[in-house]
Design a protein around this ligand. Structure first.
Ligand SMILES: *[C@@H]1O[C@H](CO)[C@@H](O)[C@H](O)[C@H]1NC(C)=O
Ligand SMILES: *[C@@H]1O[C@H](CO)[C@@H](O)[C@H](O)[C@H]1NC(C)=O
Ligand SMILES: *[C@@H]1O[C@H](CO)[C@@H](O)[C@H](O)[C@H]1NC(C)=O
Ligand SMILES: *[C@@H]1O[C@H](CO)[C@@H](O)[C@H](O)[C@H]1NC(C)=O
Length: 308
């Protein structure tokens, strides 16, 4: 495989290779799509995405009564802010010495669904239209959390891009790299992701910013995993609207050192006013850039020249 990218560190390369499953057909892979992948968890991850509001709205419209009861229940029990929302900030927070609470998911990557080789994934339809037969194929009951998650993922991938936005869903590593290559053109590209430099068992803690690298890029592609029986990444990019930083963080509680890419979206005027970031930061659409860190399983692609 021609990868056309430079790995930033051995760890990242290992991670990428790890995510590729060359053995086993789709049937076998259903095992990795366990109970732990539920819509709630994923929908919180999705809060990072600009199109989120629209998608959630569509899914909510087709909710069952059961779901609604469950949600009411959650509201009562979770009056406080969801800890996973501790990823948003504004550019003025990016000062050395500044302290902020940040949540980094501790996902067990070996338990995440693996990429299928492209030849395999291309044999399986990937569209809402085929959902009933896909559910049969993967043996998921119609109202199961897995069925809901698949529906969510397919809808998310079919949703139209915002103005100025480029988006795609990749169902194999090869297609992810091809689509990325198409966006960057002839320039080589490189991958960043949140990396623990020391081990840490803590998901949420206060971090002190010890270093900020301001990386000048015209385009950044952010890729987020979506819940599906095999690895599916939703990738998107907004030209000229993104600032990229690599931030070194030190955990207050356990001294964990984390190297974390962060993105600032400079123009939020077109965003859904209900986007959770506005709640968290207490700002209105268009009045402030919105920045966020990424969970460790997200991938960020940038032109190679920008990180040299
Ligand atoms: C991660 O998941 C794998 C496979 O499901 C399991 O064998 C391993 O023990 C898990 N590791 C941790 C730290 O939970
Ligand atoms: C972070 O620090 C603030 C102020 O020192 C404290 O109130 C808060 O509980 C801390 N948060 C966490 C997650 O440790
Ligand atoms: C990062 O660099 C850009 C362009 O050089 C500049 O406009 C911006 O103020 C810088 N941001 C920070 C937080 O240093
Ligand atoms: C982004 O910036 C470049 C260079 O300044 C410009 O040529 C291009 O038209 C801009 N694209 C958009 C969508 O604004």
């Amino acid at each position: 495989m021609r990868l056309g990218l430079a790995c930033w560190s051995f760890l990242l390369c290992a991670l990428l290779l790890f995510m590729i499953a060359y053995d086993g057909g789709p049937r076998k892979i259903t095992i990795t799509f366990g109970r732990d992948i539920e819509l709630k968890k994923v929908s919180t991850h999705m809060q990072n995405l600009e199109t989120d509001g629209h998608i959630l709205h569509k899914i909510t419209q087709s909710k069952t009564e059961e779901d609604e009861e469950e949600e009411e229940h959650e509201k009562i029990n979770h009056n406080h802010m969801d800890p996973e929302l501790n990823v948003f900030f504004t550019p003025k927070d990016l000062k050395i010495g500044n302290k902020m609470p940040i949540y980094f998911a501790h996902e067990n990557i070996s338990a995440s669904p693996k990429f299928l080789p492209r030849e395999e994934s291309e044999k399986i339809p990937f569209s809402s239209r085929h959902l009933p037969s896909l559910l049969k194929f993967f043996s998921f009951p119609k109202h199961s959390p897995q069925a809901k998650a698949m529906k969510y993922t397919l809808k998310h991938c079919e949703f139209k891009a915002m103005e100025g936005e480029t988006k795609f869903c990749a169902t194999s590593l090869e297609s992810l790299l091809d689509s990325t290559r198409k966006i960057f053109g002839p320039s080589e590209f490189s991958m960043l992701s949140t990396t623990y430099l020391t081990k840490s068992p803590v998901s949420l803690q206060n971090y002190t910013i010890s270093k900020v690298k301001n990386i000048s890029v015209s385009r950044v592609i952010g890729c987020h995993p979506l819940p599906y029986p095999y690895a599916v990444f939703y990738c998107h990019s907004q030209e000229n609207d993104t600032r990229l930083f690599v931030v070194m963080l030190e955990g207050e509680q356990d001294g964990a050192r984390v190297k974390a890419p962060a993105i600032c979206h400079m123009d939020t005027s077109m965003w859904n006013k209900d986007h959770v970031a506005f709640d968290v930061l207490k700002v209105q659409p268009g009045t402030s850039p919105v920045c966020h860190f990424f969970p460790p399983d997200n991938l960020i692609w940038v032109p190679l020249s920008s990180v040299l």
